[in-house]
Each structure stands twice: as structure tokens, then as C-alpha cells.
Design a protein around this ligand. Sequence first.
Ligand SMILES: O=c1ccn([C@@H]2O[C@H](COP(=O)(O)O)[C@@H](O)[C@H]2O)c(=O)[nH]1
Length: 278
Amino acid sequence: MRFGARLAAAVAEHGPLCAGIDPHTPLLAAWGLPDTAEGVERFGRTCVEALAGSVSCLKPQAAFFERHGSRGLQALERVVADARDADVLTIVDAKRGDIGSTMAAYADAFAGDSPLAGDAVTVSPYLGFGSLRPVLDVAAAHGRGVFVLALTSNPEGAGVQHARLGGTSVAGAVAAAAAAENAGVSPLGDVGLVVGATVGSAVDDLGIDLGAVNGPLLAPGVGAQGATAEDLRRVFGDARRLVLASSSREILAAGPDPRSLREAARRSAAAVREALGA
Ligand SMILES: O=c1ccn([C@@H]2O[C@H](COP(=O)(O)O)[C@@H](O)[C@H]2O)c(=O)[nH]1
């Protein structure tokens, strides 16, 4: 089954929350784990064990695994494999982006047959949306999804993403390109956007209705970055049916006890579900 259809089914069952797996150094310490490849592996696998069945998606942040070199990458592979075995979707947050010929290699790594590939991957379109063609094609051929950065949750993103291109913004052009990829796909396209829950009214200036994207809108920034579940309703308006909210540190701070982690995720999931009317 295609990614969009699998995600729609998972959201219908568990609600529109994705829990991030971000083994920051202070979190590892708080969990009594070493800041090593073994530590991030234990952290990630505990998250999978605790959270599968309570959220629709898990989002391992590749950077925290990559910082431990090849053994960190192996840890990421094991987290992704555990999630697959536990039947929970993964978005590998790798934010890759390069010229098309190199993008083809990233596509194989994160959307093809490689053990690093989850159900979807995040990518950056800021070398031009067309440079993403290899990852869009490889992901489609493997039933995987792609989340393209549009309006990121960090304040620095605005300088590039809000820049105007005629009647639209740079981010609006990214959104329009994603909409074209998803045209006619039901129930949900496989090409999503990343639009931070922190972006305030920036969605109103995109020059395109986000509802027309017909793909999932991954919304990081809930919790530690200051956005609330209620902000999601304000930011996304009528497009809120497409939103997959994402939160990492706020949930992870409840670990390492699996039951506490699960309760924290369920609390966030309930708040997001209520705010989005999902
Ligand atoms: O615009 C973006 C894109 C990705 N992220 C990632 O999401 C998590 C957020 O973690 P919190 O602990 O909930 O702040 C992290 O992995 C970021 O790299 C984002 O925040 N904003």
C-alpha cells in the first residue's frame, strides 16, 4: 500500500500525532544512558517499544544517530527495523537535499532498499524542487513517502522561505509543486510538506491553499519549541485535516519508564486530536 494510504489509516486509528525520537545528550543523561551508539540505540528502541500503538508515527532524527558514526547509523537501522516489526510508521528526519545526481544516492539510502529507509523521509527543496525528482521517484516505487521542507519551525527559515516570487512566496512555490505531485491521489498523497506549528500567520501568505496540497502536513514545534495544540488550529485553519503534529522533547522528557512515555504521548495525542477536531 502507498505511504499516504498507510498514514491515513494510522491517523484514523491513533490520531494525528508523530512522536520524535531525538536522543539529545541531556535526555540520554536523564535516562541514565551513555552518549554513545549503544546509548542512542537503547533510547530509540525503548521509544519504539513504549510508543508503538499509541501514536500514528515515529520520527527518528537521523542527526543524533549520525553523530556516532557508523555504529550510530547501525543503531538507526535497528530502530527503524524495530518500528517495522511493531507495525508503527517511521519518518526518518534526514533533511537531505543535493544536486539531482547525488540526490539519487540519497534516495537509495533513505527511500529505497537500504536498511536506513523508513516509511518516509524529510528532504530539503532549497536546491530547487526539481532536484528532488530522484527521491520522489524512488519513494513512489517503494511505496514510501517524502516530506518536503516548506515553512520550517525555526525563526531563521523566514528569510528564505517567505521571500516573494511574484504572487507567491518561495514556500508557496514548494507547496504548489507538492500539490502537483499529489493531484488526483486518494485518500492522501505521498508527498507531504513540513510546516512548523510555530509559523503563526505565514501560511496565509503562501499564495496557495494548503488544503489543495492533498498530502500530509508534518507540523513540528509542538512542545519544546513553544507551539501548543491550539496553535495548530490557528496556523492551519481549514487545512487542519491534513496535519500530522510532531513533538519530540516534550514527550521524551517523560522517559525512560515506558509507561510514563506512553502516557505523555497519549496526553499529547489527545490534545492534538481535540484541537484539530480529528
Ligand atoms: O521545521 C522543522 C523541521 C524539523 N524539525 C525537527 O523536529 C524535531 C523537533 O523536536 P522538538 O524536541 O519537539 O523541538 C527535531 O528533530 C527537529 O530537527 C523541526 O523542529 N522543525
